[in-house]
Design a protein around this ligand. Structure first.
Ligand code: SF4
Length: 373
């Protein structure tokens, strides 16, 4: 593994670490920033951020790895990476229509930690910790240990349920972040799933290659490779998150034969314009990650300051489709509030004109289709 010290790293980030320590995932986790006072050694907190930091911990704890903090420009209060991980007071406000469980997962939990909603696939919530906590987190009710609600997990019951349901062929491991589990624990979970004859396909959703790329070691990749076919969905929202260390971590996964797709969230002030989105997807492709989903920000309690309109999302997709490589255009989707599941968001492209059908292309030009149906 290459060893990285970002250029001109601030002493408050290094905390006396050697190059080897900086590139060690456990050192990064042990030296993560969890208190306002620690952050103040690196950047100046606004009054809004300071106030939010006083009380946000009961909802979603503060945690930022030194690695991710090093990517934030301390002189820019609107830095798009900063907005994702440092709380603001708006996070403490509950707006009408927002929910603690916006995707309605609790109602579809068939065993503690196992959500079965779609016909042939299920979600296994196997970790309640993340390397860094995202302030818009859909599962903020149960990750980080901040709130009173804990992530339920009974692995034996979850495995028994999966065994009893032969229609399940695909299990997604998520949380929290599954890649924060030890290699041994992760191997145990994956082995138990692989022993089930009808489970064909495994997936892991993670933000670790971005927040803690030091965790993506050859040993971890080789272990994951044993469980192929196993795909990884990488949560990434801005091209600047894809620094050289993240690029190397993602490349290591690909070199071990693990297919990578991305999941991004459309966030006000972070990536809500066409140029930023385009740069993100181009950079992901260069890191050998196929842009997969762009999520409309879920109406989780305290997230209104992050949410855009759906029209803005559709406009962004229009600015990409046809104008750049097809691989660089993700599907724009939302999780329908209340458990409706994932819904693709597309502009109404089929028009009825004079009794016939017409379609609108990426430029907005209208073409008549030679059929009335
Ligand atoms: S990495 Fe995922 S689960 Fe963890 S805080 Fe961010 S959005 Fe939530």
């Amino acid at each position: 593994m290459s060893l990285y010290f970002p250029t001109s790293l601030h002493p408050s980030l290094i905390q006396g670490a050697s190059l080897e320590q900086w590139n060690d995932a456990n050192w990064q986790l042990r030296h993560s920033f969890t208190q306002a006072a620690q952050l103040e050694g690196y950047l100046q907190l606004s009054a809004d951020e300071s106030a939010a930091l006083q009380s946000c911990g009961e909802k979603l704890s503060l945690r930022i790895t030194p690695h991710f903090l090093s990517l934030i420009d301390p002189a820019d209060p609107s830095d798009p990476l900063r907005l994702q991980v440092i709380p603001r007071e708006a996070e403490l406000r509950h707006e009408e229509g927002e929910l603690l469980d916006p995707c309605g997962e609790d109602a579809d939990m068939k065993a503690p930690g196992l959500v079965h909603r779609y016909p042939d696939r299920a979600l296994l919530l196997c970790s309640d910790r993340c390397a860094t906590y995202c302030r818009y987190c859909t599962r903020s009710r149960m990750v980080s240990g901040g709130s009173k609600c804990r992530m339920p997990l009974n692995m034996d019951a979850a495995i028994d349920y999966i065994k009893a349901h032969p229609e399940l062929r695909d299990i997604l491991l998520s949380g929290g972040d599954p890649l924060l589990l030890s290699n041994e624990k992760l191997r145990e979970i994956l082995s138990r799933l692989r022993e089930i004859p009808h489970i064909e396909f495994l997936r892991i959703g993670t933000r670790v290659p971005i927040m803690l790329p030091q965790r993506i070691t050859d040993e971890l990749c080789a272990m994951l490779r044993e469980f192929a076919p196993l795909f990884i969905s990488v949560h990434c929202n801005h091209a600047r998150e894809l620094c050289s260390a993240a690029e190397e971590a993602l490349g290591r996964l690909v070199d071990h034969g693990i297919p990578l797709g991305s999941q991004s969230v459309l966030l006000r002030g972070v990536n809500d314009d066409a140029a930023t989105q385009r740069a993100l997807y181009h950079r992901l492709l260069c890191c050998r990650v196929r842009p997969y989903y762009l999520y409309h920000c879920d109406p989780v309690s305290g997230s209104s300051h992050f949410r855009t309109s759906i029209k803005e999302g559709l406009d962004i997709i229009d600015s990409l489709r046809g104008h750049t490589t097809g691989y660089a255009v993700p599907d724009y989707v939302m999780d329908a509030p209340g458990g409706g599941g994932k819904v693709p968001l597309t502009r109404e492209s089929v028009l009825r004109i004079n009794g016939g059908i017409a379609v609108r292309n990426y430029r907005g030009d209208i073409y008549h289709y030679p059929s009335a149906e």
